[in-house]
Design a protein around this ligand. Structure first.
Ligand code: FES
Ligand SMILES: [Fe+2]
Length: 449
């Protein structure tokens, strides 16, 4: 369980809240490059950390993420015209550039004082890489260097990105990622257990109560889950990178490909899930990309681009999963009886079904779970450690200590790996294979009590 006040501190993301301020020290994924691909494209509506924003690419190809409302009479800039190096409000024609400067106020009479320098709108710093435009929403003077996550450093054709809407608090998404024991249950697939060539999924199904080891690091947590498999062990090494990035290992083997997710708060009750897949050795082959599409990890047929109206009436442009709360995620009880554990197709939909329907604080505040009512067990240790780490960082920030990691962009360069090995001790395993988890920089993990 988590005390109610700490649950609040962990969950709320608005400006001035403990976690909201911590998020405002990091670069965050904001929108896919493909959504604002062309100069003068239609703007995209976003809400990030509770702030309403629009993203656009101007005539010269520069990207802006600016406040959603015009400074004149607060009309929505989404309905404006993206033309001639600026976004022009559809109401009276005021025009703003990617830095939020007001360029024109055409309804101000000739001869009246020039007010343009006083009516600029908020514009945040952006950085475009890995198929995503990233945003920094904190104090300008504290803007950190861009983090060297491995997938942000590979060439463009070595990485793909996708995003979709999850109707929960951000922390619930993250906690699902670093909870290795649910994989053996929620994502269990009966068919795989019968195949001769056992997949990584089947290996996990055989030993559903993994031995878990945790080490705190300068970037977050490294987390080893050991399962017995045919006289040896399968080690899955998962990474939690502050403040909400996760790297999940793929099938056992030499590291050439990885994937990760980022849980970006829309507001307290909604999250944008970003997923990244990448290869370090070569461009992603078309057949691999096709298999992502088929599996629903990318867009159609499992995802549609569309508009979602938040409970307070603000609309965002997002990717909407076809399987959703209103249709019980296309739950099929016959599939649940014969094919997989849930009767829901695909890991993302399985995760979302459980997360979006967990018991929340109350009807007016959906998506934040009541952590004071939990009964945690030892396999929840990574979740507990991540919460503690984040709460400690928010406390420190309130007392004036900035999170150290943001000043060290190399620290973000780690990997998740999976291996079959006879080694039983995590420390010995890391001594043997730890170098594979280092994409850049050197980290010294320390045990977590
Ligand atoms: S409200 Fe935008 S120009 Fe008037
Ligand atoms: Fe999951």
């Amino acid at each position: 369980m988590l005390r109610t006040d700490l649950n609040e501190a962990l969950s709320r993301v608005g400006r001035g809240t403990p976690m909201g301020e911590l998020f405002r020290r990091f670069w965050l994924p904001a929108v896919l490059t493909s959504e604002i691909a062309e100069p003068d494209c239609p703007p995209v509506r976003l809400r990030i950390l509770g702030e309403d924003l629009v993203a656009f690419r101007d005539t010269r190809g520069r990207v802006g993420i600016v406040a959603a409302y015009c400074s004149h009479r607060l009309a929505p800039l989404f309905f404006g015209r993206n033309e001639d190096c600026g976004l022009r409000c559809a109401y009276h024609g005021w025009k703003f550039d990617v830095e939020g400067n007001c360029l024109e106020t055409p309804n101000v009479p000739v001869g009246a004082p020039d007010i343009r320098k006083n009516v600029g709108i908020t514009a945040y710093s952006v950085h475009e890489t890995a198929g995503v435009v990233w945003i920094y929403m904190g104090p300008k003077e504290l803007q950190p260097p861009f983090p060297h996550l491995e997938y942000t450093d590979v060439p463009d054709d070595h990485v793909f990105a996708a995003r979709w809407l999850q109707r929960t608090n951000w922390s619930q998404g993250l906690e699902g990622e670093i909870d290795s024991s649910h994989i053996s249950w929620l994502h269990r697939d009966f068919d795989r257990e019968n195949t001769k060539q056992k997949s990584a999924g089947a290996q996990m199904s055989e030993d559903a109560a993994p031995h878990i080891e945790l080490r705190q690091t300068d970037y977050g947590l490294v987390y080893g889950a050991r399962r017995e498999f045919e006289g040896q062990y399968q080690w899955r090494v998962t990474q939690f990178i502050l403040p909400m990035f996760s790297l999940i290992p793929r099938a056992p083997g030499d590291f050439v490909a990885g994937g990760g997710r980022a849980w970006v708060p829309i507001d307290d009750n909604h999250t944008t899930v970003f997923t990244f897949g990448y290869r370090v050795d070569q461009p992603i082959p078309q057949d691999e990309l096709d298999s992502y599409y088929r599996s629903g990890a990318l867009f159609p047929p499992r995802m549609e681009r569309g508009r979602y109206t938040l409970p307070d009436g603000y609309a965002i442009d997002t990717w909407l999963p076809v399987a959703n709360k209103e249709n019980d995620y296309l739950l099929d009880r016959e599939m649940q009886r014969t094919k997989n554990f849930t009767g829901i197709w695909g890991v993302h939909d399985q995760d979302r079904a459980l997360a979006e329907n967990s018991r929340s604080i109350g009807g007016a505040d959906p998506g934040i779970i009541d952590r004071s009512a939990e009964h945690l067990v030892s396999s929840d240790r990574a979740v507990v450690a991540a919460r503690r780490m984040l709460v400690n960082l928010t406390d420190a920030l309130r007392k004036g200590t900035e999170p150290a990691i943001v000043a060290n962009p190399e620290a973000f360069g780690v990997r998740a790996i999976s291996r079959i090995s006879p080694i039983a001790s995590f420390d010995e395993f890391m001594a043997a294979y730890g170098a594979e988890t280092q994409a850049s920089g050197v980290h010294a993990p320390v045990p977590v009590e």
